[in-house]
Write a new protein. Structure first.
Length: 295
C-alpha cells in the first residue's frame, strides 16, 4: 500500500470513529454479527442480573437471526437517544428530535409501553405484553379502592377524583407521565420523581413519604404487591388498558418485521407463554382477553 493510500485510510478511520454510529437494519446487523439490546432495569422485564422477560425475548431473537446477543443497559430518559442518536423532546403531545449522539443499540425491549408520542419517532413490533397504569396508596391511607362500575372510562374518572389534593408521585417521559393521562395542568399536586429513572423505586419512595400516592403499571404492581405485602393497596385505574412492544428505529423496518415473524413462532410453539408464566405468574388473570387473543 502506498504512503498516500495508507494516509487516506488512516484519515477516513479517524473521521469515521468520531461520528455517531447509525441505526442498522436487518442486513447490516447480520453482517455485523451482533444484536444490541437496549434494556432498562425494570419490573421483571430486565432484572439487572442478566435475565428477565425481555432479555430472554431478545436473546431468542438473536439466536433466530444467527447473531451474537449483547445487552446494553440504559434508562428511560436516555433510551430513545441511545437507539436513534437523537435527543427526544415532547411538548403538547408532539415529539421532536435534535442533536447528534452515539447509537448504542438496535432495539428497545424493556417493558416499553406503546404511547402516542413514542409512535411518532419509533417503529413498534406487535404487542409483547399488556399493561395499565393504576393509582397506588399506602395500606393505611384513608381512601378505599373504587368499586368497579359498568365502564372502564367511568372507573378512571372516579379514581382520578379520589386523588383530590393529595400529592401524587409521577415519572415524566415514561409510562407514568401524568401528561399521558390528563393529569397535568388540572390542579393536581404532582411530584415528579427525579432521584433516578428506575420505576422500581416508585413504591419505596411513596412509602418514604415523598408523596401520598403514586402511579404504577400493572407489571410492577404484580411484583410490588408481593414485595410490599400488607403495606400498599390499589385504588383504581388511571389509564385504559395498554400494550407494550419492542421498539426499533424508523429506518429499520426489516428488523422489525423479522422480530414479528420470530414472535409469531414463539407464540405458536409455547415459548412465549412459558416466559410470561416464568416472570409474571398470575398476569393472565389481569388481562385474559389479551392472552386469549394470542391463541
Amino acid at each position: 500500500m502506498s504512503k498516500i493510500r495508507r494516509w487516506l485510510f488512516a484519515l477516513l478511520w479517524v473521521v469515521g470513529a468520531g461520528l455517531p454510529a447509525v441505526a442498522a437494519d436487518l442486513d447490516a446487523i447480520k453482517a455485523r454479527g451482533e444484536l444490541r439490546h437496549l434494556g432498562i432495569r425494570y419490573a421483571n422485564f430486565v432484572t439487572g442480573s442478566g435475565d428477565g422477560f425481555d432479555v430472554e425475548l431478545a436473546q431468542g431473537f438473536a439466536r433466530h437471526l444467527g447473531v451474537k446477543y449483547t445487552l446494553v443497559y440504559t434508562d428511560f430518559y436516555n433510551v430513545i437517544r441511545d437507539l436513534l442518536g437523537k435527543e427526544v423532546t415532547v411538548k403538547d403531545g408532539k415529539a421532536t428530535l435534535s442533536g447528534e449522539f452515539p447509537v448504542k443499540g438496535d432495539l428497545i425491549a424493556t417493558g416499553f409501553t406503546v404511547l402516542p408520542w413514542r409512535k411518532q419517532v419509533l417503529l413498534y413490533s406487535d404487542a409483547t405484553f399488556p399493561t395499565q397504569v393504576l393509582l397506588m396508596a399506602p395500606a393505611e391511607a384513608p381512601v378505599q379502592p373504587i368499586a368497579g362500575g359498568q365502564s372502564l372510562a367511568a372507573d378512571i374518572e372516579k379514581t382520578k377524583s379520589l386523588i383530590g389534593k393529595k400529592s401524587l408521585l409521577v415519572m415524566e417521559r415514561t409510562c407514568l407521565d401524568p401528561a399521558s393521562y390528563g393529569l397535568k395542568g388540572k390542579g393536581f399536586d404532582l411530584r415528579p420523581y427525579t432521584k433516578n429513572t428506575n420505576i422500581n423505586e416508585m413504591v419505596p419512595a411513596m412509602l418514604a413519604k415523598t408523596a401520598e400516592y403514586t402511579l404504577l403499571d400493572v407489571a410492577s404492581v404484580t411484583l410490588d404487591m408481593q414485595r410490599w405485602a400488607g403495606r400498599i393497596k390499589i385504588i383504581g385505574p388511571i389509564s385504559e388498558q395498554q400494550e407494550m412492544a419492542v421498539a426499533f428505529p424508523p429506518d429499520a423496518p426489516k428488523l422489525r418485521d423479522a422480530f414479528n415473524v420470530y414472535l409469531q413462532q414463539i407464540r405458536a410453539d409455547g415459548t412465549y407463554d412459558k416466559l410470561v408464566r416464568k416472570y409474571y405468574p398470575g398476569i393472565h388473570h389481569y388481562f385474559p382477553e389479551f392472552f386469549a387473543r394470542l391463541k
